[in-house]
Design a binder for this molecule. Structure first.
Ligand code: NAP
Length: 316
């Protein structure tokens, strides 16, 4: 099965994804939609995409589009996702899935009710390095894993025009960077029982940095941080009772891991990219699934709630 994809939102991430489609073995990019036909056309010309639409509704209604990849700012994911689901189109929705728990719940409920596939584009989970980490942990390579520690830090000069600093466009470090560290820890440890958060905000109201301490009633814990105001490595460590695994910077791209067990560390390198998540969606669709076993909707809901709790504690 070859999935004919349409992209909603011809911005920066869409341009990156358009290039990744060259590596997608079970799908192709056939259409792009924008709020303005000329922007869709210019994006299509640049990336060799055959069809263009001057509205997201038209893109979702295109009978030549099998699935829609949504790459608008997070608050603008919701209407497009609901429109695509109503048209029976599977969706791959950029992280953060939405900017509020209520919006994520609406999309998840609509997808479940319609029996339409929906997945958050948390590409880290599909990179081969993380697939290997899953295998190693399942094999007991580092024993039990009671802790995950890491950061994702990306210095950004304040720019009031950029969505990253605009509260109306889902700006702030929690939704942009926190989603990665929280989704990673939630993937390997599950949803925590307690959450403590510290951080600060820009004048525009969005947070510039955060540090999170998650606790589990059985004694496990996780410390996670992210910032727009400092530089930092972007590394993750999974600590086990018989060893540990470093996911090297930048962990969300997952270029390499080191397994520390016994005396000799073992470092492994991997390809990484956005094609792996897109290929996974194609495989799920071919298998008739309505959600991904690796990035299930319950995990998206859990992480959205954890981000909302972090924002609440930071006064947003
Ligand atoms: N997975 C990753 O590594 C990664 C990396 C970067 C970003 N992302 C995610 O991708 C999404 C888009 O980020 P981006 O940096 O590509 O954003 P961007 O460059 O600002 O582009 C967003 C696009 O969304 C469309 N849009 C629709 N409604 C809009 C509105 N009300 N305001 C502004 N734009 C609107 C715009 O196209 P028209 O105006 O033509 O409709 C615009 O081109 C975000 O959810 C972000 O978190 C993911």
């Amino acid at each position: 099965m070859r999935v004919r994809w349409g992209i909603a939102g011809p911005g920066r991430m869409a341009a990156t994804m358009a290039q990744a489609f060259a590596e997608v073995t079970n799908g192709e990019l056939v259409a792009v939609g924008s709020r303005a036909k000329e922007r869709a056309r210019s994006f299509a010309d640049e990336h060799g995409i055959p069809r263009t639409h001057g509205s997201y509704t038209q893109l979702c209604a295109d009978p030549g589009v099998d699935a829609v990849y949504i790459a608008t700012p997070h608050p603008q994911h919701t209407d497009i996702a609901l429109t695509a689901i109503a048209a029976g189109k599977p969706i791959l929705v950029e992280k953060a899935f939405t900017s509020t728990v209520a919006d994520t719940e609406r999309i998840v409920a609509a997808a479940r009710e319609a029996g339409v596939f929906a997945m958050e584009a948390m590409w880290t989970r599909f990179n081969p390095a993380i697939e290997r980490v899953r295998e190693l942990i399942a094999q007991g390579a580092i024993g039990q894993v009671p802790a995950v520690h890491g950061d994702l830090t990306a210095y950004r000069e304040f720019d009031s025009q950029d969505r990253l600093f605009n509260p109306d466009l889902g700006g702030g470090a929690v939704l942009d960077l926190g989603v990665y560290v929280m989704s990673f820890a939630q993937h390997f440890l599950g949803t925590p029982d307690t959450v403590h958060v510290a951080g600060g905000r820009f004048d525009s109201g969005v947070e510039g940095e955060f540090s999170v301490l998650w606790g589990y009633d059985d004694g496990r814990s996780s410390t996670l941080s992210g910032s727009f105001r400092t530089y930092g490595p972007g590394r993750m460590a999974l600590l086990g009772t018989q060893g540990w695994i470093d996911v090297h910077p930048r962990f969300h791209r997952s270029p390499s891991i080191t397994l520390w067990r016994g005396k000799e560390p073992e470092t492994m390198e991997f390809a990484s990219g956005y094609q792996f998540e897109v290929i996974h969606v194609g495989e799920c669709l071919a298998a008739g699934l309505t959600q991904s076993p690796i990035m299930p909707l319950d995990d998206t809901l859990a992480v959205q709630r954890l981000m909302a709790e972090a924002l609440r504690q930071l006064g947003r």
